[in-house]
Design a protein around this ligand. Sequence first.
Ligand SMILES: [Zn+2]
Length: 489
Amino acid sequence: MNSFTDKSANKLKEALGSHRIVHLDLKGAVPKVSYFSQLFPFIRKLGGTGILIEYEDTFPYLSADIAGGHAYSKNDIEEILRYANESQLTVIPLIQTFGHLEFALKLETYKHLRESKKYPQAICPSKNESLKFLYNMIDEVIDLHKGIEYLHIGCDEVYQLGLCQDCQTKLLAESWSPQELFLDHLSRMAKYIKQKYPSVNVLVWDDELRNIPLEVLTTWKLGHIVEPVVWKYTGDVEADLHEGIWRKYTKLFPRMWFATAFKGAKSPDAITNSISLYLENHRSWVKLIKKYSQTLKFQGGILTGWQRYDHFAVLCELLPVSIPSLAVNLIYLGSDSKSDLVELTSIAQTMCRCDSNPVLTLNNYLVHCVFPGSRLFHAISHLSQVFEQIDILKKSSPYKGWLTLYNRNHSFSAPSHVEEASNELVSLYSDVLSLERDIEEAMDSIYKADTFVEWSSTYIQPVKDELRAVVQARDRLLAVDSWPKRPLE
Ligand SMILES: [Zn+2]
């Protein structure tokens, strides 16, 4: 390597920052505490330096009745923190303090704090009770996480802003735009934390700041109180995060973070991960940071792993299913981001103890690995492949021509075509039943029972119902050996 490329590699390394934080989204599929004892050392081994824990309704709040039935106990959290500490992982708790408060605002008890009656998404920032509610949450979380260096206060996707009577009055009195109302609430939250807990640095998602003009942002002096986490999960982050945003942010914020995704950003109902898709997102981030490495410097990256698109959505890619993706991307970011694909993915293959390359192998279900939760990874990959085969058969000519609802309702079809259309479906039906048992067992070592119940009712039950109906129709259709004249009754 010549001195020029050496210098630019160093510049990039510096711009990327040293933190590699893994996001644990506990909005769904809440792991048993014991799973973290295996996961955390593995994250460390892969080069992770910390975890961002988004508790949502799994934190044992006492100041408000908002904890879910599956919430951790105080002891559980202490145990989780001990595991993190043993693996030398920095812990950053995340509390939503503006939008995405569905878990609280959906409840009868707190619906009066909604910004819009109809939508339990954003809290009203102009009610004293809202502030008290949020301050209490902050105090409780910090109290259980003594000595933390960072707290993330969310504030992304505030879909309802400045709509209620209280906010309208405030906007009028202050001559504010809704954007200024947003900044006022954000800085109020950050100042509360900075004054009460001076050693805590406040992180915030950046999306609501992107379109606010520099002059407006400057007035609120946000640079001294928050560190934006600039997030984008697409394969071409530069398309959305244009130069103007960076010019603005570098003027305002001495400290910034970038956020990628290793799962949960593909489709709200995805059951398997697409490693290459998420790797593309990471590569695209590195390309952007390289381009601006003369002026930009991040504290580090947060690799987000969404478990639901929001509180009301179904479960998407589960964490164990996405471990190979996490591995590939952590290794990528840790390798000065310069390794070629084959080299990089073969390191991930070794780390995840896979018998073939998890990125270069076309079908995930063919890859066998040994990592925390790998049994579930295999079972769900296999199930997904069975689902694909079912879809192909449902598009086949015998299925479309001889096994329709019309055929079934009139017990009227050609036996040879019925057999052809359904023989394989009968065997796939039994595959689904046996994989369901595998998945239940694999989930049992990672999650409490509610995760399996939800996941199987979302993804397995509808397929089972459909196939059972096909199998029953097949039996009925094949039991007939003479048919009525047309037209049919
Ligand atoms: Zn309001």
